[in-house]
Design a protein around this ligand. Structure first.
Ligand SMILES: *Cc1c(COP(=O)(O)O)cnc(C)c1O
Length: 396
């Protein structure tokens, strides 16, 4: 990390490029293009693989570069490329280096759009995707026996909060010659160091905790310089899912408070988990920090915090879940997560509606499942709101 800085220092200071005015906060360079002092300078910049200056905002922009450099420092990555959304980051990380005949092995428990890219889009171009139960190392081993170009996984997973043994899967994947791409959104950069655990590439939807205040979309792909400045940059420069400089500025400011927000949200999530445990309206409460989490040992070894999301499985199925959601007053119904405002989602009818009933059964997403993204409100107010809504759902 820059000058041996700690991560909180990096989150506030890394990547800053001040203009001649010496501004304190980062400037928003709301420009699509750049001018050159001479024709020869333009020629030289176009000839360079990694030019000093900027050429066109689809390739790079000073405010976007500050965001890329700051999150790369925070993540411990050599380089990063920012994108218009998290899905642009996922799609680019996969497609930039895949071609007809390649195989991808992925965990089944994925964000719905990631699943669509892997199982609908890639096969159109002759790329085969094999899905496995991410928590079953034997399944990874069997699937990787046929070789693979890439492995894709999400840990912690959405919405059932499964935790995959990343170091073990990375070892198996590397043995098969695959690049390991990890969607680290739920775990956050604060709690899980995916690159240290063996991932080659980390992707984020910056829309979630990195903004964390419901304002803009964004994404980023992080990894080794030869990957980011090679196939990834080539793909993104020419396909055009560039991040807006304004969004990069919002997300730079988000990075400055990311650590504080995520830790506070996770502490409140722990309080809520403790308060709701044993509630008669709940068949199950899933939180990676709970001692009864199925992968509690991996959570303890692989992460430094259990995250900001809780998943509740209500007795009484969809009527109970809808009754609960409609009775909430502070927590709002929304499909987003990682926000300062607490948000609740019914995955079976929203984010995971279109994967179909059979796939939901496979993933354990029952009709009583509600995903709760814990925000920055007072824990006591959230516990009272959730408790009251659970009581009213249990006895409508
Ligand atoms: C939201 C999300 C994405 C997609 O990000 P967008 O910014 O909405 O495009 C990908 N993966 C996970 C785990 C997410 O939560």
């Amino acid at each position: 990390m820059e000058n041996g800085w700690g991560r909180r220092t990096a989150a506030v200071q890394a990547g800053t490029m001040r203009s001649g005015w010496g501004e304190t906060a980062e400037a928003i360079f709301l420009t699509q293009g750049f001018v050159y002092a001479s024709a020869a300078e333009a020629e030289a910049r176009f000839a360079a693989d990694d030019p000093e200056g900027f050429i066109y905002a689809r390739y790079g922009n000073p405010t976007v570069a500050m965001f890329e450099d700051r999150i790369a420092a925070l993540e411990g990555a050599e380089a990063g490329f920012a994108t218009a959304s998290g899905m642009a980051a996922v799609t680019a990380a996969l497609m930039c280096d895949l071609r007809q005949g390649d195989r991808v092995v992925a965990s089944r428990a994925l964000f719905g759009s990631c699943l669509w890219v892997l199982t609908e889009l890639l096969p159109r171009f002759g790329v085969q995707t094999v899905l496995v139960d991410g928590t079953d190392l034997d399944a990874w081993k069997a699937a990787l026996e046929g070789g693979a170009r890439a492995v894709f996984l999400e840990t912690v997973s959405n919405p059932m909060l499964e935790v995959i043994d990343l170091a073990a899967v990375a070892r198996l994947a590397h043995g098969a010659g695959a690049r390991v791409i990890v969607d680290n959104v739920f775990a956050t950069p604060v709690f899980q160091r995916a690159l240290d655990l063996g991932a080659d590439v980390v992707v984020y939807s910056a829309t979630k905790h990195i903004d964390g205040q419901g304002r803009c979309l964004g994404g980023v792909v992080l990894g080794a310089r030869d990957f980011v400045k090679g196939p990834l940059q080539g793909f993104l420069k020419h396909t055009g899912a560039a991040m807006s400089p304004f969004n990069a500025w919002v997300l730079l400011k988000g990075l400055e408070t990311l650590d504080l927000r995520v830790r506070a949200q996770a502490a409140t999530a722990a309080e809520i988990a403790a308060a709701l445990r044993g509630h008669p309206g709940l068949a199950r409460l899933i939180w990676p920090g709970a001692p009864d989490h199925p992968q509690a040992r991996i959570v303890a070894e692989q992460t430094t915090g259990a995250g900001t999301i809780l998943t509740l499985d209500l007795r009484g199925g969809k009527p109970a879940a809808f009754g609960f959601l409609d009775a909430l007053r502070i927590v709002r119904i929304s499909n987003n997560l990682g926000d300062a405002k607490s948000l609740a989602t019914h995955p079976a009818t929203t984010t995971h509606q279109r994967i179909g009933a059979a796939a939901r059964v496979h993933l354990g997403i029952g009709d009583g499942v509600v995903r709760l993204s814990v925000g920055l409100e007072d824990a006591a107010d959230l516990i009272a709101d959730i408790g009251r809504a659970l009581d009213s759902a249990a006895s409508p």
